[in-house]
Design a binder for this molecule. Structure first.
Ligand code: PGA
Length: 267
């Protein structure tokens, strides 16, 4: 068991009903970001019921901090180190993210898990780092197409969650975010159907609730994978879908605005 002590964390329930996270991935530059963020600020300032979060590459966190502070948009990173500090060349710690005003951090995105061989244990350590430093982790889980076709998607997602539960207990999911991202839906234009997403969100919620009801009631579960202005309306209407993690469409301000409005109206 880890040194995670749930009682040591102040309860800070997420009051907003829906959360929409822009995952810029490895896109952008100072000039483009400035224009995109100016659009976000102008287009999204009226949102009341939902929280928008922008997750950018590390070098642009200072830019996010300077352009988004004093707005209703929060920001975060796309990864963090599994250790608190030390001789880990190229890594970025949770405390460093806090220095730049980050409140959120994406953990275990499948693009990292595949390309950088990230294990479930690494992901669990990163999750703990985020929680210990007051960052809200956005944990990505999801199955491949082969796993879905074989009907083992719940086993796969369950196993991804089990590593964290075993190391830190289910209590760590209170005030955290899980994003269900079927790998076959990411960047393919082929989103999960509302029925497919509903079934998996229900599974995730029940799994955590069976171990810790309070944690489950304070956990947000997002859907990610080819979310666009058309499918967002139906997806966000589903019970247990608390918002979305948006890649491609977050780079186009008008598409992103429509997705955020779908979240706002669904609340
Ligand atoms: P996508 O990416 O919206 O481009 O499919 C989602 C994600 O990978 O977070």
């Amino acid at each position: 068991m880890s040194q995670f002590a749930p009682q040591s964390l102040a309860k800070k329930p997420m009051l907003v009903k829906k959360i929409v996270v822009a995952n810029w991935k490895m896109h952008g530059n100072l000039k483009q970001n400035q224009a995109l963020l100016a659009d976000y600020v102008a287009l999204l300032s009226d949102l009341k019921q939902s929280q928008v979060v922008v997750c950018a590459p590390y070098p642009y966190l200072a830019q996010l901090q300077s352009l988004l502070q004093h707005t209703n948009i929060a920001w975060g990173a796309q990864n963090l180190a599994k250790n608190a500090e030390g001789a880990f060349t190229g890594e970025v710690s949770a405390a460093m993210l806090k220095d730049f005003g980050c409140q959120y951090v994406i953990i275990g995105h499948s693009e990292r898990a595949t390309a950088y061989c990230e294990s479930d244990e690494n992901i669990a350590q990163k999750f703990l780092q985020a929680k210990q430093h007051g960052l809200t982790p956005i944990l990505c889980v999801g199955e491949t197409l082969i796993e879905r076709e074989a009907g083992v998607m719940e086993l796969v997602v369950g196993k991804q969650l089990d590593t964290i539960i075993k190391l830190h207990s289910a209590a760590i999911f209170a005030d955290s975010i899980i994003s269900y991202e079927p790998i076959w839906a990411i960047g393919t234009g082929l989103a999960a159907t509302p029925e497919q997403a509903k079934a998996m969100h229900k599974f995730i919620h029940h799994k955590i609730a069976s171990l810790d009801k309070d944690a489950a009631s304070r956990l947000k579960i997002l859907y990610g994978g080819s979310v666009n202005p058309q499918n967002a309306v139906q997806l966000f209407a589903v019970q247990n879908i608390d918002g979305g993690l948006v890649g491609k469409c977050s780079l186009e301000s008008q598409a992103f605005e429509k997705i955020c409005i779908a979240a706002e109206l669904a609340t």
